[in-house]
Design a protein around this ligand. Structure first.
Ligand code: PEP
Ligand code: MG
Length: 582
């Protein structure tokens, strides 16, 4: 197969080289026709031959596995070989051809649909997951039957570890989380934007990823060799040897640089002119605290608590109970050993539905999301508040409320926090009565009406991901408008600098916890605006710290003021890239 290159949106840095693993194979959509009686046995042989060819393919895959490839790669091939040999796949479809005269593809799909339906009934989640394996095996056989089978590279191009690169039309944030403990090399999806939650999780996994690839999942075949350049948003399929070599070199260089940066872990983040900057971590699950401490974070600036709630089928009855939540929050507090943990209350809705089967609103990003959802579901909100408050008895906890934009919402949220405290007092449970409460500034209305927050809140945290989405009217998950999602738009720079300077003037701490805070290309700009608190994925912390160590605030302040008066996006981008170097 000839090599080809796909261009999309870079979302998680680094380079991955490995074989493609199609997460959700294309729909088993085949032609249906009836076979005349005298051709039935020929049709049976056609299916038998296709099955035999797939057996050989799997054998070749197995033989070509490098010695140090992860165990799951081998196990995955074994499972597929077993499925293929099972009479359910190897025999039943043959009977269907003989009895019902279906063509081979139709017979196979009929049986796979039947098996899939049976798997849906199974309670055991592990067994239920095997449905995907059956579908993938079916897909392989179909490819042979329809003559679209990918020819496997004869030569194993990989001399070292064979990683798998997941290729999918889309991966939900909840699905992405499942990969936390799996060793995949990279991710490629057809849809998605730079700051979709899926992209954010990919970044937190520190796995090279590119999204918005349009039809990558149709163009890339199972087991194709692919290079994912997560910095450029480029995917090279079946690369020639010389390209592969170049990328291997770059990959090795990046690893070396990262190792060097890792040594900064214990170095305080102090600018050249002596100002200490606070570097905090964003996490999705309590276990992520280990990586945060490891990266040298001085606390958690954003715990996206909704990830504890996602991916549970069903509704209220299936939500994590107060005790389950409390254990999760307490775990984070304990793991952070006295460093503050900022827990954001449930930010559900938009691209983070509670249940993927749930009907989405007409315009979910503008709908019942985050605090709006919580105020509409007071029991869920109160339960979460009690759980967070209880965790505050074990170490410093701060409460962060997302998407606030009306005084009534602020007031209602504060009343409910007091109500939750009252309930705990009545139940004789301990908590920090002075728990700091902060607001996320992520709706333009909030940014433009800061006095609403200043008297009522203890701290502010700017959610630039949403602030950009709502200010520029760009859906952050829609790849078709992703090119317009620009953190350097003059309106965004104006709002950001306004929030930061107002915070300094009014003596209310301001952090940035959106993706801008972890982007090293923007560190100097944010410092120049006066930002002193950054919250980002633990993996980004060392390189942001490196930028800080090499920055001089006096120079950056002057240069940034000039940028803020510029309206030309090209000139802004140019000046930002040169900040501190002139
Ligand atoms: C943001 O909007 O910038 C933010 C940090 O919150 P989330 O990405 O979870 O919406
Ligand atoms: Mg947000």
């Amino acid at each position: 197969m000839a090599s080809f290159t796909l261009h999309g949106i870079p979302v998680s840095r680094g380079i991955a080289i490995g074989r493609a693993h199609l997460l959700k194979p294309a729909a088993l959509d085949v032609k249906h026709y009836l076979i005349p009686e005298d051709q039935v046995e020929a049709e049976v042989s056609r299916l038998q031959n296709a099955i035999a060819t797939v057996h050989k393919e799997l054998q070749t895959l197995w033989n070509e596995l490098p010695k140090d490839s992860p165990a799951e790669v081998g196990a995955f091939i074994d499972v597929h070989a077993l499925i293929l040999s099972d009479p359910m796949i190897a025999e039943v479809p043959l009977d269907i051809i003989r009895t019902r005269h279906y063509n081979a593809e139709w017979a196979l799909v009929t049986q796979i649909d039947e098996l899939s339906a049976q798997f849906d009934e199974i309670g055991d989640p592990y067994l239920r997951e095997r449905k995907a394996d059956i579908q993938q095996v079916g897909e392989r056989v179909l490819k042979v039957l329809t003559g679209t089978a990918a020819t496997l590279p004869k030569q194993d191009a990989d001399g070292s570890a064979a990683h798998m690169v997941l290729v999918a039309h889309d991966i939900s944030p909840a699905d992405m989380l499942q990969f936390k403990d799996r060793s995949f090399g990279g991710f490629v999806t057809d849809v998605g934007g730079q700051n979709s939650h899926t992209a954010i999780v990919a970044r937190s996994l520190d796995i090279p990823a590119a999204v918005g690839m349009y039809n990558a999942s149709a163009l890339i075949a199972q087991d194709d060799w692919v290079i994912v350049d997560g910095d450029a948003g480029v995917v090279i399929v079946d690369p020639p040897q010389v390209v592969l070599e170049q990328y291997r070199e770059r990959q090795a260089r990046l690893m070396r640089e990262r190792k060097k940066l890792g040594k900064l872990k214990k170095t305080p983040a102090i600018t050249k002119d002596g100002t200490e900057i606070t570097l905090l971590a964003n996490i999705e699950l309590p276990e992520d605290c280990t990586a945060a401490v490891e990266a040298g974070a001085s606390g958690i600036g954003l715990f996206r608590s909704e990830f504890l709630f996602m991916g549970r089928t069903g509704y209220v009855g299936k939500l994590p109970s107060e005790d389950e939540q409390f254990e999760a929050y307490r775990k984070a507090v304990t793991l952070m050993k006295g460093r503050p943990v900022t827990i954001r209350t449930l930010d559900i809705g938009a691209d983070k539905p509670l249940d993927t089967a749930e009907q989405t609103a007409l315009n979910p990003a503008l709908g019942l999301r985050a605090i709006r959802y919580c105020l509409a579901e007071p029991q869920i909100f109160l339960m979460q508040l009690r759980a967070i408050l209880r965790a505050s008895a074990y170490g410093p906890v701060r409460l962060l409320i997302p998407m606030l934009s009306h005084t009534s919402e602020i007031d209602q949220a504060l009343v409910m926090i007091e109500q939750a405290k009252g309930q705990l007092r009545d139940a004789g449970k301990k908590f920090d009565p002075l728990i700091p409460v902060g607001a996320m500034i992520e709706v333009p209305a909030a940014a433009l009406a800061l006095p609403m927050f200043i008297k009522r809140m203890d701290f502010l945290s700017v959610g630039t991901n949403d602030l950009i989405q709502y200010t520029l009217a760009i859906d952050r998950v829609d790849h078709e408008v992703a090119h317009l999602y620009n953190p350097l738009h003059p309106a965004i720079l104006y709002l950001l600098s306004h929030i930061i300077s107002t915070g300094a003037r009014e003596n209310i701490p301001v952090a940035v916890c959106g993706e801008m805070a972890g982007d090293t290309k923007l560190t100097r700009l944010l410092l120049g605006m006066g930002l002193r608190e950054f919250s980002m994925h633990p993996t980004q912390l060392p390189s942001v710290k490196n930028e800080i160590l090499n920055s001089d605030l006096t120079i950056l302040g002057m240069q940034t003021r000039k940028i803020l008066r510029t309206m030309d996006p090209v000139a802004i981008a140019e000046s930002v890239s040169q900040l501190g170097t002139l």
